[in-house]
Design a protein around this ligand. Structure first.
Ligand code: GDP
Ligand code: MN
Length: 390
């Protein structure tokens, strides 16, 4: 799960990590009032979306008066913000953060993430702050300093100092920087984060160390331990179909093909996607209804798949183990008629009560294409999409 910069900065503040004073607003007047509250002379108006690269996309503007702040806010709110992380349609901006401007001396990069090869979190830092860290990693990997963290012990004092000296920080900033590194690691561990990133962490002309940006992603599997984090969720920033699926306990991932897949079990779902590709097609999604899906879940799954305009055919591939094939067939029929199915539906059922299930599908009034095995089902689904395109 992701959160906004202003929410990450609130968590930083609570953890004792210095951040600029800021005001959150949702309209130009609120941003202008925020400028006055902060007192100038310089402030920064920042679009709050769950994507990076806002600066380059025009979502971060320096302003020197309340009037300028109002104008910057209106400009940012007027259209979706397009960055290299949003896709070409961009992301609508609903919330702005107006912050007291900082007198930047140097911008650094600091991030914590899980290093799967080491099986530990790593703290990374670089003097190349403000830049895309992927670019730094690709072109000048020697400019990224790393230390592996023992999750039971946290960041050790010598590790924090190694990074601070390695960055060549000015003497008057070393002590504060080591405190910031330690607090960021503690926050990462305490909140079950998967990423904590500050890009840039800046030194100011008076020797201060300030987090000018903040990004935190959380491990969704650990959210049950953090209701205060769940409360920060902004559904508008998520794929609406993924959010809808999560609400009814389905695992749905949007992909860019045109065959909607409804499958039980993640392994079978992956096998189904591979078989579609092998048959020359392309899946529109990955949807796992799980081993014990109910008729309601099957119906919800259909609605989610059909709400994607890219879907030209649906392939249902279900192995009836815990669930019996006749129950599944009834669920499919109910969902298909309820959703006024508008695209070809190919069904492959196998498992307990499969004969009864197939009979139900074949004798129904609905136009359902049944398949004898997975390869047959994939070929029929691909053929159905080609018919739709012609
Ligand atoms: P991002 O582009 O989405 O990562 O947004 P950031 O919050 O990192 O802002 C982009 C850039 O704006 C930073 O790298 C800074 O160079 C600049 N910036 C942000 N806040 C301030 C500030 O208070 N003062 C100044 N001078 N520049 C700032
Ligand atoms: Mn940034």
């Amino acid at each position: 799960m992701k959160i906004h910069e202003y929410q990450a900065k609130q968590l930083f503040r609570e953890a004792g990590i210095p951040v600029p004073q800021g005001v959150v607003a949702t309209d130009p007047d609120g941003v202008a009032a925020g400028f006055d509250e902060l007192g100038g002379p310089l402030a920064v108006v920042k679009a709050q979306i769950h994507a990076g690269g806002r600066g380059k996309g025009g979502g971060v503007k320096l302003v020197r008066s309340a009037a300028e702040a109002r104008e910057a806010a209106a400009a940012i709110l007027s259209k979706p913000l397009v960055t290299h992380q949003t896709g070409p349609d961009g992301q609508p901006v609903k919330t702005l953060l107006v912050e007291a401007g900082s007198d930047i001396d140097h911008e650094y990069y600091v991030g914590i993430t899980l290093d799967r090869s080491k099986g530990k979190p790593v703290l990374m830092a670089s003097t190349e702050g403000g830049m895309d860290i992927e670019t730094v990693a690709a072109e000048t990997p020697e400019k990224i300093l790393k230390v592996a963290i023992n999750p039971d012990a946290g960041l050790q004092a010598w590790q924090a100092r190694t990074i601070a000296y390695g960055l060549g920080l000015p003497a008057e900033s070393i002590k504060q920087a080591t405190k910031v590194f330690t607090a960021l690691v503690d926050l990462f561990l305490a909140k079950d984060a998967s990423i904590v990133e500050v890009n840039p962490l800046v030194t100011t002309k008076d020797g201060g160390v300030v987090a000018l940006d903040g990004k935190i992603n959380f491990d969704s599997n650990a959210l049950y331990r953090h209701p205060e984090i769940v409360a920060l969720r902004d559904i508008d920033e998520e794929d609406p179909r993924e959010a809808q699926a999560a609400e009814v306990g389905l695992a749905y991932i949007a992909l860019d093909g045109n065959i909607g897949c409804l499958v039980n079990g993640a392994g079978l779902a992956m096998g189904t996607m591979d078989t579609i590709q092998a048959a020359g097609g392309s899946p529109a999604n990955f949807l796992d209804v799980g081993g014990g899906a109910t008729a309601e879940q099957v119906s919800a799954a259909f609605k989610i798949i059909l709400s994607d305009p890219a879907v030209k055919a649906i392939l249902v591939n279900i192995f009836g183990g815990i669930m019996k094939c006749d129950v599944i067939a009834e669920g499919i029929l109910a969902a298909a008629s309820e959703t006024k199915l508008s695209v070809p539906l190919v069904v492959r059922l196998e498992g307990t009560n499969v004969e009864r299930g197939r009979e139900l599908l074949e004798t129904s009034d609905l136009d359902i294409i049944t398949a004898s095995d997975l390869a047959d089902a994939a070929a029929k689904a691909v053929e159905a999409t080609q018919g739709a395109a012609a």
